[in-house]
Design a protein around this ligand. Structure first.
Ligand code: SAM
Length: 283
């Protein structure tokens, strides 16, 4: 049963962290002319209205992208992400928010390819509409992204960013992420893999980053943004993280600059904070 709809959360603090990091990873892959693939295992609808429909119900974007929209003191890497969101809102009003596939499409070059998976039939139809007309450059399927990933690896150009961004409403998602990465690394050890996860009181969410640190990979980077103290009732998301396997070596420095800014401007209480850690192994 698929009940999660990303439109309720579009542009919130978690999307800001995820899509900001996504921009950094794509920019890194673009430093070489050689083509790459962008693979999104849980693509969502691709683009979200902020002024009508689901996003207006809790208006989560107001404590996310809206807090950055008018700022003129953004650190340069963050400004690049905000500019990208502004590009899809050419009249200057914050009406649309790009999902991860649209963030990627904005940066994709002619030689690059995009492979998208979305299981929810409604979001999959919207995605299909939003991304029609790109021929074989952009292919999408209504399919289980965890299962589909295996068959795509390694991608023909041997360069790729794989974004794994499940809803985690089903706690099996935590296990599936780890298994997908174990299998992915066997087939394509040098890929850049980025996993988004929620900061929740539930044990599986707390354990996930620790489990990802055990994967057999040359290097990893972990960044998390907590916007508030964990809820006393044990419910609710108080932040989120991105765990990147084979990250660009420059990412740590960029995040050192940007994370204090995000904490300051996206904080919802005085306990807002961030985690930033990385590791290089001798593998
Ligand atoms: N990556 C999107 C973005 O950043 O704009 C948001 C994705 S949202 C967090 C997770 C999506 O995964 C939902 O649209 C949900 O319908 C979809 N989904 C759930 N299980 C799936 C599965 N096994 N395979 C593919 N998509 C799935």
């Amino acid at each position: 049963m698929l009940s999660y709809r990303h439109a309720f959360h579009a542009g919130n603090h978690a999307d800001v962290l995820k899509h900001f990091v996504e921009v950094q990873l794509l920019r890194y892959l673009e430093q070489k002319d050689k083509p790459f693939w962008y693979i999104d295992t849980h693509a969502g609808a691709g683009c979200y209205a902020l002024d009508t429909g689901y996003a207006t119900q809790n208006a989560e974007f107001e404590s996310g992208i809206a807090r950055l929209w008018q700022r003129d003191d953004l650190p340069a890497p963050l400004a690049e992400y905000v500019e990208l969101v502004k590009r899809i809102n050419p009249d200057g009003q914050m009406k649309l928010y790009p999902g991860s596939p649209l963030v990627a499409l904005e940066l994709l070059r002619e030689q690059d390819r995009m492979r998208l998976f979305e299981l929810h039939p409604t979001d999959s139809d919207i995605l299909q509409e939003n991304f029609a007309g790109y021929g074989t450059q952009v292919l999408m399927q209504t399919a289980d992204g965890f299962g589909a990933l295996k068959a795509l690896l390694p991608p023909p150009p041997r360069r790729a960013l794989v974004l794994i961004d499940p809803p985690y409403e089903d706690k099996q998602d935590y296990k599936r992420v780890v298994t997908a990465l174990q299998e992915g690394l066997k087939r394509f050890a040098n890929g850049v893999y980025a996993v988004w996860y929620p900061q929740l009181q539930r044990a599986e969410a707390k354990q996930l980053p620790e489990q990802l640190k055990q994967l057999p990979v040359k290097s990893w980077l972990h960044v998390a943004l907590s916007v508030q103290a964990p809820g006393e009732d044990g419910f609710g998301m108080h932040g989120s993280g991105m765990f990147v396997l084979n990250p660009p070596w420059t990412l740590y420095g960029v995040l050192q600059e940007v994370m204090p800014y995000l904490v300051k401007h996206l904080a919802q209480d005085a306990q807002a904070d961030f985690i930033l850690e990385h590791h290089e192994s001798s593998l």
